[in-house]
Design a protein around this ligand. Structure first.
Ligand code: PA5
Length: 434
C-alpha cells in the first residue's frame, strides 16, 4: 500500500536527478533542522506524531453527535481553511452524498460556504435550509477573513432566528486560533465549542488539523485511517536518500522540468472526485512557490472530460507545460459493459470489460499521445482511493511542496502577495484604517 512515483516518462535522465542530490540534501536539512525561511510554520512536518490526542478524541465525539442530529452541516471557510476538507470530502465520500437517503448516508448533507462573495450562492444556500436541522462549523485561522465572516454572520443570524440564541450556540462550532483573532473572541463570548488551529501550521498545510478533521469526521470519513496514512508518509518521506524517497523525487523532477522552461504544471486526474484535490494542490503550490518573481504555475484538468477541451492545447500548444498524472490503480466499485443485440453504438467489442478498464486505457493512450507531443509526464499512483492512501497523498504533496520551495530559493510558508487585493477592496468598501 504505497504512493507510487514514476518519472520515466518525463524525459529526465537519472544523472540529472543525481546532480540534484547535494541541493536536495540541503533542502532536507533546512526543513528538518528547522533552519529554513518560514521555519515558524513547520508544525505540519511531525504533526501526525505530536497532535493533541485529547482534542482529536473531542473531534470524534463532537462529530458523532452532529452526525446523528444534523440534516445539514455547513462548513464555512476559504483557502487553506476550506480546500483540504473539500478535497477529501469529494474524493472519499459517495459522489452523490448529499442526494442519498439519510439511512444510506449515515451523515448530514455537507455544504460549503464562505468561499466566495456570490450573492446567488449564499441566497440559494439559505433557501435550502428551510425545515432542516442545521449545524455550522466556521473555520478561520486569522478569524478576520471577509468571505467566511460575512457567510457566518448570515448563518449565525439564521440559526438564532430559527432556534433562539441558546440553541444556536449548541449548533455552532468554531475552528480558529487558540488565543487571538475576532473569531476567537466571538466564540469565547458566545460560548461556542472551539477547536484550535496550531500556531505553527499555515492554512494550506492544515487539512490534518481540526480544520479538516471535524468536517471530514462529520461526513463519515474514517479520520483514523487518514491520519495513519499521513503518519506512514511522514516516516517514509523523512528518508533523506533521494533514491529511496519518491516524495523528494517529485520535488526534484518538477524543479528540473521548470529549469528546462516548463513553467506550467498540470495536475491530471481521471476521477471526478479528485477535482478538488486539484484545487487544494493549486493553492498549496501556487501560494508556496509563486513569489519573488518565481514559481511554476499550477493548473489542473479533469480527464477524460477535459481531453475534449484542454486536450488540444496540451497535445499541440506551446511546449511550456508538463503533466503530473494521478492514477488510481484499483477502482473500489466498477461497472461492466454489457452485450447489446443490435450493437448500434458499436460498443460490443467492449462487452465484459469494465468502465475502470476503459478509463485505464484512456490514461495509457493519453500518456502515449502527450509524450509524442513532447509533454513530460510525472506519474503518481495510488493503489486505492481510500482514507489511508489519501492521507499519504496529502502528506506527499505537502512535503514535496516545502522541499520544492527550498530548492527554488523561496519561503514556502508565507503568502505576502494575497494581501494586495484585500487592501484595495477594503479601501473601496470604506473600511476604517484603509
Ligand atoms: O493559505 C492561506 O494563508 C490562505 O489561503 C488562508 O488559508 C485563507 O485566506 C483563509 O484564512 P483564514 O483561515 O485566516 O480565514
Amino acid at each position: 500500500m504505497t504512493v507510487g512515483f514514476d518519472y520515466s516518462k518525463s524525459f529526465i535522465k537519472k544523472h540529472e536527478v543525481d546532480f540534484m542530490k547535494p541541493f536536495l540534501k540541503e533542502a532536507h536539512n533546512l526543513l528538518h533542522d528547522g533552519d529554513g525561511p518560514g521555519n515558524e510554520f513547520i508544525g505540519w512536518l511531525d504533526w501526525t506524531e505530536k497532535y493533541d490526542r485529547q482534542e482529536y478524541e473531542k473531534i470524534k465525539t463532537v462529530a458523532a453527535g452532529i452526525r446523528q442530529k444534523a440534516d445539514v452541516f455547513i462548513v464555512v471557510g476559504i483557502g487553506g481553511s476550506y480546500l483540504g476538507a473539500r478535497a477529501a470530502f469529494e474524493a472519499l465520500t459517495h459522489t452523490f452524498h448529499n442526494l442519498l437517503p439519510r439511512e444510506e448516508r449515515q451523515a448530514p448533507q455537507i455544504y460549503f460556504a464562505g468561499n466566495n462573495m456570490s450573492p446567488k450562492y449564499m441566497t440559494d444556500l439559505m433557501e435550502t435550509l428551510e425545515d432542516k436541522e442545521v449545524y455550522v462549523n466556521v473555520i478561520s485561522k486569522s478569524g478576520t477573513t471577509t468571505e467566511p465572516a460575512i457567510a457566518f454572520r448570515i448563518l449565525k443570524s439564521h440559526l438564532e432566528d430559527k432556534y433562539g440564541k441558546e440553541e444556536a450556540r449548541n449548533r455552532i462550532f468554531a475552528t480558529t486560533d487558540g488565543s487571538k483573532g475576532a473569531l476567537k473572541t466571538l466564540a469565547t463570548n458566545e460560548g461556542y465549542e472551539t477547536f484550535v488551529i496550531p500556531d505553527d501550521i499555515g492554512g494550506r498545510y492544515s487539512v490534518l488539523t481540526p480544520v479538516g478533521l471535524l468536517p471530514l469526521s462529520v461526513a463519515g470519513i474514517d479520520i483514523d485511517q487518514l491520519m495513519e496514512g499521513a503518519h506512514e508518509a511522514a516516516i517514509q518521506y523523512g528518508n533523506p536518500n533521494l533514491d529511496e524517497n519518491r516524495c523528494y523525487q517529485y520535488a526534484v523532477t518538477r524543479q528540473i522540468l521548470h529549469k528546462r522552461g516548463k513553467d506550467i504544471e498540470i495536475l491530471v486526474n481521471y476521477e471526478p472526485g479528485l477535482q478538488y484535490l486539484g484545487e487544494w494542490w493549486k493553492q498549496l503550490y501556487g501560494e508556496s512557490e509563486g513569489k519573488d518573481g518565481k514559481g511554476v504555475f499550477p493548473a489542473s484538468v479533469n480527464f477524460t472530460a477535459d481531453l475534449h477541451s484542454m486536450g488540444q492545447l496540451i497535445q499541440d500548444g506551446k511546449r511550456n507545460i508538463f503533466e503530473t498524472s494521478i492514477v488510481i490503480e484499483n477502482a473500489e466499485r466498477d461497472l461492466e459493459i454489457s452485450h447489446d443485440e443490435e450493437n448500434l453504438d458499436g460498443l460490443n467489442y467492449l462487452q465484459g470489460k469494465t468502465i475502470g478498464h476503459v478509463n485505464r486505457k484512456a490514461f495509457e493512450g493519453t500518456l502515449l499521445a502527450h509524450l509524442e507531443g513532447n509533454v513530460p509526464n510525472l506519474i503518481i499512483s495510488l493503489p486505492l482511493l481510500d482514507e489511508f492512501n489519501f492521507g499519504k497523498l496529502i502528506y506527499f504533496f505537502e512535503k514535496a511542496c516545502a522541499i520544492s520551495g527550498y530548492l527554488q530559493g523561496v519561503n514556502p510558508f508565507d503568502q505576502p502577495g494575497v494581501e494586495a487585493y484585500k487592501k484595495n477592496m477594503f479601501k473601496l468598501l470604506g473600511k476604517e484604517g484603509y
